[in-house]
Design a protein around this ligand. Structure first.
Ligand code: SF4
Length: 455
């Protein structure tokens, strides 16, 4: 069996499963957020009753992160609906925007978009917050009401997005009916070269198969090149499995996985026992690709879809209006560090927005110093508009006052993960997906630029 099949078989209480079978599995963790949480709660109450209790309060994680720093009252109200439900059900894992459990969330636009407006429990973008807060565990099943839930596959976990109806059912029962996906195999070999990042690896892979090339399939990344990657890198790759239509993305377990999971479970007091799955010798794949990481170059997914692949060096005639770094995919500490390495001591030529994924990342960047200056200040000095309000921000457009949202037709290079028309705001805007290093080089030049020109 493949890694995915092994996890699903175990969760179904079976010795083995085959691709295409429909099986009932026991869910380990259910995550929801402010956009889909209210709908999920509505389905749960409608189907199980107004006084129903969730199947296991320790296994539900609620993370508001999407439409948070906006004056839109309906968006603010969604966070209040989550808070009321958490109180009613006495749920321990709710990462509220405010500290007052009896309060209401209201964003104050008069303070501007850059200064932090959240309390001590706020965790930022759900997929980045889940591992930081000790909710990702190897060998387990994680479901979330968000398509990029597949990011947790970096931790040797079966993780996938589900809709509100399924999530309402899981909330009441802890079970879900799943079809076992076929597995596509991406064997990574060789070493990544300077100026090339994990984002380039996944953009290369999606470019090979197209934005629907992995529809309802598992994407398994393994081989020596996979082991050489950091956990942040693996998260970037697993996150974008859905951009090829993948059911999930998954990596093998190693000492790097163990170190991060153990540290985070311990620090947050979350469940610390888990059982990883290892590769079998008889895995059956429906597709095989060997990727030599040493041959990859900075890559861009051009408008209008994540599979529209070109090399950055071929795109130098594309003038840009703005640059954006942020999101679960591209807003991690390591992403901002690579971004800052290119920008240090220089000035961006176009509007450039920086949105860390989580408050912890804000703190990392404000406390990491190079030559007596924090990375945060280095980026501000380079002209990047850095906000402390960690969250999804303009990655998915959002209400019209969302920081970084494109409210008119323009071209943006972005470290985010999705570029279908209208994704970051105006439906005639164009988004070019790239690594943080390529976004930085392009921000400096005002046109799509290979970051190796600045290294
Ligand atoms: S940062 Fe973007 S991709 Fe990630 S969860 Fe938020 S909206 Fe979705």
């Amino acid at each position: 069996m493949t890694l995915t099949e092994k996890i699903l078989a175990r969760a179904a209480g079976r010795a083995n499963v085959e691709a295409g079978e429909n099986i009932w599995v026991n869910v380990d963790t259910l995550m929801t957020h402010d956009v889909c949480g209210p709908g999920t709660i509505g389905v749960f109450k409608r189907e199980f009753g107004a006084d129903a209790k969730v199947w296991d309060r320790e296994r539900i994680v609620i993370i508001p992160d999407h439409y948070i720093f906006t004056a839109d009252s309906r968006s603010n109200r969604n966070v209040d609906i989550l808070r009321d439900f958490v109180k009613e059900q006495n749920l321990p894992y709710f990462y509220d925007v405010i500290d007052d459990p009896d309060g209401n969330w209201v964003f104050d636009p008069s303070q501007g978009p850059l200064k932090k407006q959240y309390g001590s429990n706020y965790a930022g973008v759900c997929h980045t917050a889940l591992p930081q807060k000790g909710h990702t565990r190897p060998g387990e099943i994680l479901l979330g009401t968000d398509s990029h839930t597949c990011m947790a596959g970096a931790f040797n976990q079966f993780a996938t997005g589900i809709g509100n109806t399924d999530a309402g059912f899981v909330m009441g029962t802890g079970k879900i009916l799943l079809k076992v996906p076929e597995t596509m195999h991406f064997r990574l070999e060789g070493e990544i070269q300077p100026g090339v990042m994990a984002k380039d690896i996944i953009l290369h892979c999606i470019g090979e198969i197209g934005f629907d090339g992995a529809t309802y399939r598992a994407m398994q990344f393994d081989g020596p090149g996979a082991f050489s990657l950091s956990m942040d890198d693996r998260m970037t790759i697993a996150n974008m499995a859905i951009e090829a239509g993948g059911k999930n993305g998954i990596f093998e377990f190693d000492e790097k996985t163990q170190a991060m999971v153990d540290e985070r479970c311990k620090a947050n007091g979350t469940r610390s026992t888990y059982e990883p799955v290892e590769k079998d010798s008889d895995e059956k794949f429906v597709y095989d690709l060997v990727v030599d990481l040493s041959k990859l170059e900075p890559t861009v997914a051009c408008h209008p879809d994540p599979g529209n692949r070109k090399l950055a060096k071929e795109m130098s005639s594309t003038q840009l209006d703005r640059a954006y770094i942020g999101s679960c995919t591209g807003g991690k500490t390591s992403d901002f560090i690579e971004f800052a390495k290119v920008l240090k001591g220089k000035k961006v030529a176009i509007d450039t927005f920086g949105v860390p994924a989580t408050p912890e990342i804000v703190r990392d960047l404000q406390s990491t110093e190079w030559d007596g200056k924090s990375v945060w200040t280095i980026l501000q000095d380079a002209g990047v508009m850095m906000t402390e309000n960690a969250g999804c921000a303009a990655c998915l457009g959002g209400p019209v006052d969302t920081f970084g949202r494109m409210n008119s037709p323009m071209k943006c290079i972005s470290a985010t993960n999705r570029n279908f028309p209208g994704r970051m705001g105006h439906k005639e805007s164009q988004v070019f997906l790239a690594s943080p290093a390529t976004v930085a080089a392009s921000a400096l030049a005002g046109k799509i630029t290979d970051p190796r020109e600045y290294l």
